[in-house]
Design a protein around this ligand. Structure first.
Ligand code: CA2
Length: 145
């Protein structure tokens, strides 16, 4: 089955446990379960990773070069700071889709720019955790092309 890396960045392990007014009530485990189930329907094997460490995220992206056809990534706060994650994604050949649970454009100015968007085929933000599912549907189309 076509493998997709679902990569979540720093603090997203706290999803559903804090700040539900911004990030909703679903936990990361709920998101991963929903993506795994939808992936199976779409013929995609979703491999989910989360890290609070920039270098570890770079390592997951490097590993995806050998075993994933595409990457769905919510880089968390590293979206706004990390050239290293952008560079790692630049070295990945398949489609990259960027997800933000909140609408980063409605929030503080420092969240308005994402380095990762320069590499992403598409960006979804402000759709809550449903954004991951929408990205996965789009990914199914992109990897079949
Ligand atoms: O909206 C998003 O998905 C973000 O990527 C989330 C990041 C934030 O820094 C970005 O600007 C936008 C923060 C993730 C923090 O997640 C938490 C979840 C629950 C409780 C506390 C933090």
């Amino acid at each position: 089955m076509t493998q997709i890396l679902l990569l979540n960045g720093p603090n997203l392990n706290l999803l559903g446990l804090r700040q539900p007014e911004i990030y909703g009530r679903e936990t990361l485990a709920d998101v991963v379960a929903a993506c795994t189930a939808l992936g199976a329907e779409l013929g995609l094997k979703v491999v989910a990773k989360q890290s609070n460490h920039e270098g570890a995220m770079v390592d997951y992206i490097h590993a995806a070069r050998d075993n994933a056809a595409g990457i769905v990534i919510n880089p968390g706060a590293y979206s706004h700071t990390s050239v290293a994650i952008l560079d790692a994604l630049m070295a990945f050949d398949g489609p990259v889709l960027e997800v933000h649970i909140s609408n980063i454009h409605k929030r503080e100015a420092f969240r308005h720019h994402s380095y990762v968007s320069a590499r992403a085929e598409g960006v979804i933000c402000g759709f809550g955790t449903e954004g991951y599912l929408l990205a996965l549907r789009r990914m199914a189309t992109l990897v079949k092309k």
